[in-house]
Design a protein around this ligand. Sequence first.
Ligand SMILES: *Cc1c(COP(=O)(O)O)cnc(C)c1O
Length: 383
Amino acid sequence: MLPIPYGRQHITEADIQAVTETLLSDFLTQGPKVAEFEHKFADYIGVQYAVAVANGTAALHLCALALGVAPGQRVITTPITFAASANCVLYCGGEVHFADIDPLTGLIDLQQVRQLLEAHPKGYFHGLIPVDFAGLAVDLEQARALADEFGLWIIEDACHAPGGFFTDSQGREQRCGNGQFADLAIFSFHPVKHIATGEGGMITTNRADLYDKLLMLRTHGITKDPAKMHRNHGGWYMEMQTLGYNYRMPDMLTALGISQLERADTGLARRRQLAARYDEAFAGISQVRPLAGAPGHAYHLYVIQVADRKGLYDFLREKQVFAQVHYIPVHTMPYYQELGWQAGAFPLAEAYYAHCLSIPLFPSLTDEQQQYVIGCIREFIGE
Ligand SMILES: *Cc1c(COP(=O)(O)O)cnc(C)c1O
């Protein structure tokens, strides 16, 4: 039963079978399993195009490139995210700006984004990277309206939210990454995420122009499609038309992704069930404040806020429960401070960070383990 981590992958015999089959096939790197995973993932999300890439960070980098981020461009994101959401802008020579969070949800506050936009001339900012933090979907319908008003593109960082959704103004469920409002969306298949392939990522979009760019950028900027070439010397001929990368995801890992995707809904249902039990348990403990929930929450993380966060973290460790903190605000990282960002700039994000703790939540967490975690938290709080 112990130790209990905050997140963990779940590998079945079927997963192992899927990977070993590809090991004996003709393709170790990009082959037929990549296209199959892309199609199935696109169907799951309800989007037109999906591009599998090496990891979530590579996905962000390619999105920033495809949207033309370059020196002189300014992009807004949230300080409460994994650093990669911001770093992708820097990779392309752009400038990262932040807007503070809504303390009830931990998501970027679109009102704060509006204030930031209104404080500068139109055209000053070029893009917005909202994050479906913890698995709670950003209201992208509102974000899109704001983006259109100020001429911004949107990359939705949906790493935490495959299968999550928000309800739009027409009452329709809008799945994270479905491309209805964002230009591009990205996912990660890091072991703690819903679908775990070790390393892996996906970009989703409904924009054919961006899809074509992404395919080129993923493989060195090379095309082998005669219809797209300037010249053609024969069967061997290919052309490098732009500066791309090797950000491919291998068949071995996409085979694992396909197998995991088949269980995605079961895993999501279990995450929601566990989250509901935590909600119930903490409803009676005034000193434990969970982040706000929602019907479409995908529960990558279950975050509570407590007065003595370090005390609880250390206490849980002694009990072999390994909670985690998501996230240290990006703008307070030493590298971002070198770029000129100061502690104190985003007080709501910083106050959130001082008290937040992600407690264990993953599909294979047993009821018994969850009761143990709740018991340890009760014991620490003294209620
Ligand atoms: C995991 C994660 C990433 C990066 O994904 P990798 O696959 O680890 O590169 C980016 N953004 C968020 C919000 C993440 O959780």
